[in-house]
Write a protein that binds this ligand. Structure first.
Ligand SMILES: Nc1nc2c(ncn2[C@@H]2O[C@H](COP(=O)(O)OP(=O)(O)OP(=O)(O)O)[C@@H](O)[C@H]2O)c(=O)[nH]1
Ligand SMILES: [Mg+2]
Length: 199
């Protein structure tokens, strides 16, 4: 995918300042440290457009990135990660409030990409989130991250197990490594399929 332009539009700590605009949006969701910001950077071929960190929970705001490809224009949205250790109930509540107020009131939203570390089992955090999205008719996709951390056979086994854990959910899954740049074209294809304006 050729990227013509990728820019941070705005970072929002609360719903009242979400940007207006009509570009189709795709949101990146998932546990803290799963690799949301890294995947976003890999997709737009910029090293640190979205800030990545080995300290979980760095992304506490919603970051909106405008991305123009050769054929389309999207807004990619980096949502704060959940599940970091040592946070208060109040902080957890404020994450939930911010993320839900985005996901519930965003007509531009065409898809939510839920990231899952290929080495970890799904927890209730992910399955409840997938069900919550399905109830609200948000088109969801699961992207497994950090595939480079496993050898081929092990990776295949993990993917089969994770798909089993999804039960009868029909959510499509893709496998990626931002570090080794694996699976990125497939993610772009999924974004384009969902974000294309009717033409
Ligand atoms: N080996 C490997 N490491 C990765 C990959 N993607 C991300 N990482 C590493 O995982 C750590 C977390 O990545 P981030 O992209 O900051 O994760 P995040 O989901 O944005 O985290 P929060 O902003 O805290 O929610 C960093 O140290 C990354 O370098 C990958 O594909 N392979
Ligand atoms: Mg991040």
């Amino acid at each position: 995918m050729k990227i013509r332009r990728a820019e941070l539009l705005v970072s929002c700590p609360k719903a009242s300042v979400f940007p207006e605009g009509e570009r189709p949006e795709v949101a990146f969701l998932g546990r803290s440290n799963v690799g949301k910001s890294s995947l976003l950077n890999a997709l737009v071929q910029r090293k640190q457009l979205a800030h990545t960190s080995s300290t979980p929970g760095k992304t506490r705001m919603i970051h909106f990135f405008e991305v123009d490809t050769e054929k389309d224009a999207f807004t990619l949205v980096d949502l704060p990660g959940y599940g970091w250790a040592r946070v208060s109930k109040k902080e957890r509540g404020s994450w939930q409030h911010l993320v839900e107020s985005y996901l519930e009131n965003r007509p531009q939203l065409c898809a939510a990409i839920l990231l899952q570390d290929v080495r970890r089992d799904f927890s209730e955090d992910e399955t409840l989130l997938l069900d919550w999205l399905a109830q609200r008719d948000v088109d969801a996709l699961v992207v497994f991250t950090k595939a480079d951390k496993l050898k081929t056979m092990q990776r295949k086994k993990r993917i089969a197990l994770l798909r089993k854990q999804l039960g009868d959910r029909t959510t499509p899954t893709l496998v990626t490594s931002s570090q080794k740049r694996l699976g990125l074209e497939e993610v772009w294809r999924a974004i384009r399929e969902r974000g294309r304006s009717e033409d």
